[in-house]
Ligand binder design. Structure first.
Ligand code: ADP
Length: 441
């Protein structure tokens, strides 16, 4: 029999014994009910005394020993002691875990901030406090955008795409940069990861400056070389044996000029972040111009169709948009045979404006598509060189689109053709009428 069951049996027997003893003694004295009542009162007093000891011990259990009682009361006290021990064990483990967690987050080289669904700061580690100038007293419970006011971050937080981090300048006076990335978890809570990227940004700036300076320095000597080569090619008395090499040298000098021009354009695009506003660009007129350029090539796809399905205009930097669209149309013309065709399409819907260039050319193997916008990335080096490509065209397209809050989508099938679509956000679109007034006004 279980000790608890045994204790209950014992309590029942004791109660029965008390009842029998009380009524027998009462009967002997000629008052059975009185004897029974006395016995029950004594029993009740004993129960109350045990209850009192139990309640007193529960109040002072942190230092007092449990009362030494047997029977059911002893069982109840033993159960409470066991529960209490288990609770203390779990609490100690929890505290240990919390300390370990705190120590490990303090040792993290990155800052971590926990935000609740209202974007209020719930907790942050030491590094986050250092990088964001947060104070434990005062800043806990504050909305994060009230403390981190960089417009890029406020916009990032208001959006729903947290797949990439956003880079902002440090809030302290120093010329530093922070990378902020949000990771949603639980029910609306956010984990904000903060990293100091000042060193990377400086290295990036050094690299950018180097490329820009080197391209700039190379431009002048190349102009002189190209000039002499041109004069030499036009020279009547040029040795016929030299004609071929001079023509090849001119072609290569032209390629170098294109590469340097594109490198300079890329460095210029990298200098500033997103473009706010701009002028309205008449996409229909631009597309017609690009179509003409393709048809003016000595060899070009036999059909170049225009599908302008929206009268809306695109607000942005006109030369940049021209450069991006012309790169896409140029590529379609370069990589599509004469018997193929190209379609230039412009349309708008609730998601924004879309400019697509579709060709029936050679297509691109799927494994190359994610890397197309990298500098000097070519699917087929020989093919690109033969067409005079610099390998920088799509990198320029990507940068221009980024600066306009737009993105590039590429679909392609080998030997069937490719489709490059630029998706612009709706706020970049204006009706032609408004465009006219803002252009003239
Ligand atoms: P390039 O100056 O070499 O054309 P880009 O950056 O413009 O450089 O393009 C990168 C590579 O992507 C090209 O070398 C080419 O292999 C491929 N590519 C771009 N557009 C097309 C297209 N419409 N059809 C097939 N391949 C393309």
């Amino acid at each position: 029999m279980q000790p608890a069951t045994q204790a209950w049996w014992f309590a029942a027997v004791r109660l029965l014994g008390t009842v029998l003893l009380g009524s027998t003694v009462g009967w002997l004295f000629g008052n059975t009910w009185g004897g029974l009542a006395c016995a029950l009162v004594l029993h009740l007093a004993w129960v109350l005394a045990n209850l009192f000891r139990l309640e007193w011990w529960l109040r002072h259990r942190s230092y007092a020993d449990p009362p030494d009682v047997g029977g059911v009361w002893g069982e109840i006290i033993a159960q409470i002691v066991r529960l209490h021990r288990r609770k203390r064990f779990h609490k100690q483990r929890f505290v240990q875990l919390m300390r370990q967690l705190q120590r490990s987050t303090a040792a993290l080289p990155d800052g971590v901030v926990i935000l609740n669904a209202q974007r209020e700061i719930v907790w942050f580690n030491r590094m986050a406090g250092r990088l964001l100038n947060l104070r434990r007293v005062g800043d806990l419970g504050m909305r994060v955008e009230h403390l981190l006011r960089a417009p890029e971050f406020v916009r990032y937080l208001a959006g729903h795409d947290f797949s990439n981090p956003v880079t902002v300048r440090t809030t302290s006076g120093e010329d530093g940069f922070l990378s902020l990335q949000v990771a949603p978890y639980g029910e609306g809570q956010l984990l904000l990861l903060v990293r100091d990227v000042t060193r990377q940004m400086r290295l990036e700036a050094v690299r950018r400056d180097f490329v820009a300076n080197a391209s700039h320095e190379l431009r002048s000597p190349l102009t002189v070389i190209s000039g002499y080569l041109e004069t030499l090619a036009q020279e009547g008395g040029l040795d016929p044996e030299l004609k071929g090499p001079v023509a090849e040298m001119r072609r290569q000098a032209e390629r170098m000029t294109t590469i340097i021009r594109d490198l300079l354009e890329l460095s210029r695009l990298e200098e500033t972040e997103e473009i706010e506003g701009g002028v309205p660009v008449d996409v229909a007129a631009l597309a017609a111009l690009l179509r003409k350029d393709v048809l003016a090539r000595p060899v070009h796809p036999h059909e170049v169709r225009l599908r302008i399905e929206s009268p809306l205009q695109l607000v942005g930097d006109e030369p940049e948009i021209h450069s991006a669209f012309s790169n896409l149309v140029d590529n379609a013309a370069k990589y599509t045979p004469a018997e193929g065709s190209i379609e230039i399409r412009w349309w708008a819907d609730e998601e924004g404006g879309h400019f697509a260039v579709t060709d029936t050319g050679m297509g691109i193997p799927p494994e190359h598509i994610p890397r197309l916008t990298e500098r000097f990335y070519r699917v087929d080096r020989g093919r690109s060189r033969a067409t005079g490509g610099s390998g920088l065209g799509l990198a320029i397209v990507k940068h221009v689109l980024q600066r306009h809050g737009a993105r590039l989508e590429v679909q392609s099938e080998i030997d069937a053709g490719s489709c490059f679509v630029c998706h612009f956000p709706p706020q970049r679109l204006v009706p032609a009428q408004r465009a006219l007034t803002s252009a003239t006004g």
